[in-house]
Write a protein that binds this ligand. Structure first.
Ligand code: GDP
Length: 485
């Protein structure tokens, strides 16, 4: 039928092996059950233990979520300023909306996992755009923090120096002096886990501090880091994490597919673009270009590096450098049609590629089309349409067959994780020169934790935290970063 390019594999498992709860209204969030039709079959299966923990989590969220009696009671504790240890019925983790969209997605997944491990209810600060980007993931009850939450107006200004901050309390001996054995405790603690955190903030990652934090009903977290790899280095979480995720490299893949369902407006952007430019291609290659220079470009050394990578790794066909060859129209074999989905703030890179594959024929006769959904020039995190396009592009990249990403970019990590792909990562150019080798194949699906602590909690000394367990090692694209393999 004309205009209908939906894949016909309707039998695909729309609940992702039981990861998604059944029975949520479909129309209010089409992506939740429809996205499985467009993704390749899951190569990995979520463990039955993960599924049962998630179902229990959903029940807990329903019991303690916004505007329930238990929630109201717990909010009263914050207003009173002190509480008696052990008296709270529900414990919460509030995620503060902070940083670029890719970072936010990774910290949200990290926060959910931490909430799962510590039996807390995750509540999401709507920030400027979150409700316009993501559907509600949990059945029947919202994950958004109500607008009358006591300190919601202070979220922007919370930092290491705030008196609520855990690091500040440690530095000023407030924890050790007053609270370590006390029965009267603060009802709320702020955790500063952003890239600029200091040694005291980083104590969050020590078991001893976790056993103290466990007693606090409200933890409020600001982070721009995918801190999941370090949860594996906290002995009291290690066993539970291994039970939840027997395949460690699938953590973000499953948590992302469980939690993050684009709203209908974002899904509309994804689907219209997919059907117009990608669905008919025999092969889809995603190239995510993130250039951390103020120059809009296109920068020649960046272009050279992308070309070098895609040629060396056989991701794109070689071009004839002599006279263009006209394809034989009566050739009996239909040649492959390759769609390249390029995302970048700058329009220049896709224009150059499109032009190259127009001016030159390919040696093997494949046809290459180059498509770039948006050209936003600069980051505009307050603008809803800008972020909807950014999210749509992360999804579109995740629907390709092969993926090239840019080093250190959380935008690229989200695409690779959702798609369950090991991308070719373009190294970061140094001194405005193309990197040689141009790219490296990622060895795992997981995002990189860019700013992990280098502290051994037991020995109380600095240490190389990539040497503690075999499955947490340095990342391909950030030498000091940590990731799960
Ligand atoms: P990171 O900075 O690469 O780690 O990724 P983030 O997503 O955290 O922040 C970059 C932000 O810049 C995105 O969220 C978008 O707002 C914008 N941005 C960067 N690259 C692109 C792109 O290729 N397309 C679009 N639409 N926006 C982009």
């Amino acid at each position: 039928q004309y205009g209908n390019h939906r894949p016909v594999t309707v039998q695909k498992d729309k609940l992702l092996g039981g990861l998604l709860p059944a029975g949520i209204d479909e129309k209010s969030c089409l992506s939740r059950y429809e996205s499985a039709l467009y993704y390749k079959e899951l190569r990995h299966k979520p463990s039955s233990y993960l599924i049962s923990r998630i179902r229990n989590y959903e029940a807990l969220h329903k019991q303690c979520g916004p505007h329930t009696e238990l929630y109201n009671k717990s909010v009263e504790l914050i207003k009173s300023g002190q509480y008696i240890s052990g008296s709270a019925d529900c414990n919460y983790l509030v995620w503060i909306s902070y940083s670029g969209l890719g970072n936010r997605i990774l910290t949200l997944a990290s926060a959910f996992l931490y909430a799962l491990l510590t039996n807390r209810v995750l509540l999401v600060d709507p920030g400027v755009n979150m409700p316009g980007l993501f559907c509600e993931p949990f059945p029947e009850i919202s994950w958004f923090l109500p607008p009358d939450f006591p300190i919601i107006n202070q979220f922007n200004s919370l930092d290491q120096k705030s008196p609520h901050s855990y690091g500040y309390m440690v530095k000023n001996d407030i924890i050790i002096g007053n609270y370590s054995t006390a029965s009267i405790l603060p009802p709320l603690i702020y955790l500063h886990l952003a890239h600029d955190y200091d040694d005291q903030d980083k104590l969050f990652f020590c078991d001893q501090d976790q056993s103290f934090l466990r007693k606090i009903p409200w933890l409020v977290m600001k982070s721009d880091e995918y801190f999941v790899p370090f949860l594996f280095l906290i002995p009291s979480f290690e066993q539970e994490l291994s039970n939840l995720f027997p395949e460690k490299e699938t953590i973000f893949h499953f948590l992302g597919r469980y939690l993050l369902h684009p709203t209908n407006s974002v899904w509309g952007l994804v689907m219209r673009y997919y059907q117009a430019y990608l669905a008919q291609a025999d092969e889809k290659l995603g190239i995510q270009i993130r250039v951390l220079e103020s120059d809009v470009g296109p920068l020649k050394y960046v272009l050279d590096q992308i070309l070098d990578c895609t040629m060396k790794e056989n991701l794109l066909p070689q071009m004839n450098q002599e006279e263009p060859i006209v394809l034989n129209p009566t050739g009996n074999k239909q040649k492959k049609n390759i769609a390249v989905l390029m995302t970048s703030l700058s329009p220049g890179y896709a224009e150059e590629f499109r032009n190259m594959y127009w001016e030159h024929s390919t040696v093997t006769g494949e046809i290459v089309g180059v498509y770039q959904p948006s050209q936003e020039i600069y980051q505009q995190s307050e603008n809803l349409m800008h972020e909807r396009k950014a999210l749509a592009e992360m999804y579109l990249l995740s629907l390709t067959d092969k993926l090239v990403t840019s080093a250190r970019s959380t935008f690229g990590y989200v695409a690779q994780g959702l798609g369950g792909m090991k991308p070719w990562i373009l190294y970061k150019p140094e001194n405005r020169t193309a990197h040689n080798p141009p790219c490296v194949r990622a060895a795992s699906l997981e995002p990189c934790f860019h700013a992990p602590p280098n502290y051994d909690c037991k020995k109380k000394t600095g240490t190389d935290t990539s040497k503690i367990v075999p499955h947490v090692r340095h990342c391909e694209d950030v030498g000091w970063g940590l990731k799960l393999f």
